[in-house]
Design a protein around this ligand. Structure first.
Ligand code: ZN
Length: 363
């Protein structure tokens, strides 16, 4: 009998060790179900999805939760331009919007809230990551106003976040080039893989790097306009916007003898009047649906982690091919090959942006 108890104790120890190995410490919180709780309310409270709550807790019948029951709450999943904020006593959504220089719409959208929603101390909500600017130019904190849906409504067919979703096709786009350091390395990688990408060029980086632009065209890539000085066009007058775009077009045209149709405004920001001007002049505004965060992550693994879970048919994926002083795009260069191989393994075709959105690259 005693021998058997010893055996049992030994067995328990082995099982405990195996369990520890199989389930490394995860950062869960515990929620204790109270009267009136339901899964949707709890999900909003902690900033997680109802699906992740259901999966984490293996809830067979999510409608059936009872007071006294506990739920494991996973960490909220956040996008690269978000972070989690714990609501303090006295906070309101307007106060948070003001403090973090973000629009109420942004907060509503990212947190599944609306104008009638109330927030409470201890609630987890998503706010913008400390710096959501892109490479090149200033990275000062921008008051991000999510006006893209309004722009899309104003000029249907002229503003794109993604392409056609009917086929498993995606496009790779590279901003902020050309330079003589990282852009050629990216071209090398794309060449080896036989991938045609789209480069949104900054006018002021073209002088001295004309050979890189020539190489892009020779190797079958598409060139788009990323303005001259990389300023926030939403905050500028129409004349200044027109200058930013046409000056860049001139620099590009001198080399490739064609005028781009595709414009990616820096930070994806554009004013309504600016878009009106673009439409009148035959341009299309191209943003993105997947942000690799490549210029700020520091490792190619993180680039892959940022991109792969987000990719869907029609995705326009944002990378950078050059950066400001001290910015290192080695993670981008390193990630390309594995990313392309993985996407192709998943059945995706990587196509030039004009093919994805069904529009000509040049006017
Ligand atoms: Zn940029």
């Amino acid at each position: 009998m005693r021998k058997m108890i010893r055996h049992m104790a030994g067995l328990c120890l082995v099982v405990a060790i195996l369990l520890m190995l199989a389930f490394p410490a995860m950062a869960y919180k515990i929620h204790r179900i109270g009267p009136g709780d339901n899964i949707q309310k709890i999900a909003v409270w902690y900033g997680v999805s109802t699906e992740s709550l259901i999966q984490t807790n293996h809830l067979a019948n999510p409608g059936y939760i009872v007071p006294g029951q506990v739920l494991l709450i996973p960490e909220p999943s956040i996008k690269v331009d978000e972070r989690v904020y714990e609501v303090k006593l006295g906070d309101t959504l307007s106060k948070i919007a003001q403090k973090y220089e973000v629009s109420l719409d942004w907060l509503f959208q990212r947190n599944n809230l609306n104008a009638n929603s109330r927030i409470y101390a201890g609630q987890m909500i998503r706010i913008p990551a400390p710096d959501t600017g892109q490479a090149g130019g200033t990275n000062s904190k921008q008051a991000y106003v999510y006006n893209i849906p309004d722009l899309m409504k104003r000029h249907p067919g002229y503003v794109f976040l993604k392409g056609s979703t009917t086929e498993k096709k995606v496009a790779l786009t590279f901003d902020d080039g050309p330079d003589s350091r990282f852009t050629p390395l990216i071209l090398d990688e794309l060449g080896k893989l036989g991938v045609k990408a789209t480069f949104f060029l900054m006018g002021k980086r073209i002088p001295g790097n004309e050979w890189v632009v020539t190489r892009m065209i020779r190797e079958g890539h598409i060139i788009g306009n990323h303005t001259y000085n990389h300023l926030n066009l939403r905050k500028m007058g129409t004349t200044a916007i027109a200058t930013e775009i046409t000056k860049t077009d001139d620099a590009i045209q001198k080399i490739i003898h064609k005028q781009p149709t595709l414009v990616r405004p820096p930070y994806g920001e554009m004013s309504e009047a600016g878009l009106d001007w673009m439409v009148d002049h035959g341009y299309r505004m191209i943003n993105w649906s997947v942000d690799s965060g490549d210029w700020r992550v520091g490792s190619s693994d993180q680039v892959l982690v940022n991109v792969l879970p987000q990719v869907q048919p029609g995705s326009i994926i944002l990378f950078h091919s050059a950066g400001g002083t001290g910015e290192d795009l080695t993670p981008t260069v390193k990630a390309i090959s594995e990313l392309v191989t993985t996407l192709r393994g998943l059945g995706y075709q990587i196509v030039p942006l004009p093919e994805l959105i069904g529009l000509p690259a040049y006017q």
